[in-house]
Write a protein that binds this ligand. Structure first.
Ligand code: CA
Length: 162
């Protein structure tokens, strides 16, 4: 097992949570704060984009199913001004297909219900991946899903599935 990043370093990492379900938002705020991240939570896409412009986050946890502007549009808009790592929260498998098909520019996704522990692991894995190219100029989606083989790869790197 890789050693955990000390809390003194994760406290510098700003995580923006955009999720309309109050119970999930509260859960994410509690668990990510406990993991040492600096967490901001908002309930819709417009508030999320405004928050991202005001205080640029390092990581955005973005629900796909949002009232008003949905998560897919929020991610696209975010990509026009932000290089933040984006992990999408999807409610159903078909939302994953949609994300892949649309190449929205997300770095990872996680399907509900998920464990906060798994989300934390995904965020840490994303943060370990160096951002070499400017994500705003990158039109190719690094997320590749082979449903037949049940394999997911990100930026050519195989990602273990639970
Ligand atoms: Ca939702």
């Amino acid at each position: 097992m890789a050693p955990e990043t000390p809390p003194s370093r994760t406290s510098e990492i700003a995580v923006l949570v955009i999720e309309d379900a109050p119970e999930i938002r509260a859960l994410l705020h509690t668990t990510l704060s406990a993991d040492g991240f600096r967490v901001t939570c908002v309930g819709d896409g417009e508030a999320g984009l405004a928050a991202a412009r005001t205080a640029p986050p390092d990581v955005v946890v973005l629900d796909v199913g949002l009232p008003g502007i949905d998560g897919v549009e929020v991610c696209r808009d975010l990509r026009t001004f932000s290089n933040a790592y984006v992990v999408m929260l999807t409610a159903r498998d078909d939302e994953v297909d949609k994300l892949v098909g649309l190449s929205v520019g997300a770095d990872d996704y996680i399907t509900k219900p998920f464990s906060p522990r798994e989300l934390n692991a995904r965020i840490r894995a994303m943060l370990r991946r160096p951002r070499t190219a400017d994500a705003r100029a990158d039109n190719s989606d690094p997320l590749r899903i082979d449903r037949e083989a049940r394999e997911v790869s990100l930026a050519g790197e195989a990602t273990p599935l639970t």
